[in-house]
Write a protein that binds this ligand. Structure first.
Ligand code: ADP
Length: 170
């Protein structure tokens, strides 16, 4: 299978997906928030928050893994994207690091399928087209480096995200 065929775009709620791991766009506390973070915690149930409390938070650009509890996904990787502050504050590097650290955990845990939200592009305000380029670039690199990874789903929760991914893919 060509790596190109291992990347899917999915329009909808990431919490419904039956994959080995879903990625959460969390905040530094890892103690829950709005957006995709809130949706993941609601679907996973209170045990997820309990495990997150043991992790001591997460730095921007880093990632931590937990079980998935009531989700179909076996695991959740919680990563903290940068808040967009105009582009001169290492935002690109930090978002790139989020993807790199997620894919590193995916490799360590021998996971075969993963679904990502458009990290940082909600309340954190990262431009969607730039974020999509970074997501696609890092996904392609990870697929080249890890032959055990067979499927990466990029979820588009709004039409702008979908357009941004389609443009970045072409
Ligand atoms: P951030 O703080 O990193 O910006 P948000 O949760 O505000 O995180 O948004 C990140 C992206 O996730 C946005 O594109 C948002 O539309 C999308 N999103 C929100 N809820 C869901 C969901 N249930 N499934 C998939 N994507 C979602």
């Amino acid at each position: 299978m060509r790596n190109k065929d291992k990347i899917d775009l999915y329009e909808g709620d990431i919490t419904s997906l039956n994959v080995d791991v879903i990625i959460n766009a969390a905040n530094n506390s890892l103690l829950g928030g709005g957006g995709v973070d809130g949706a993941i915690h609601r679907m996973a149930g209170p045990e997820l928050l309990k495990e997150c409390r043991t992790l001591g938070g997460c730095a921007t650009g880093e990632a931590k893994i937990t079980r998935g509890y009531n989700l179909k996904a076996r695991y959740v990787i919680h990563t903290v994207g940068p808040v967009w502050r105009g582009g001169g504050n290492m935002e690109n590097e930090r978002l790139t690091n989020c993807y790199k650290h997620c894919f590193e955990l995916i490799r360590q845990y021998n996971l075969k399928s993963a679904a990502f939200p458009a990290i940082s592009t909600g309340v954190y305000g990262f431009p969607k087209s730039l974020a999509a380029k970074i997501a696609i670039q890092e996904t392609r690199q990870a697929l080249d480096a890890n032959s055990k990874l067979k499927k990466v789903i990029l979820t588009c929760f709004n039409p702008e995200s979908k357009k941004a991914y389609e443009e970045a893919l072409s």
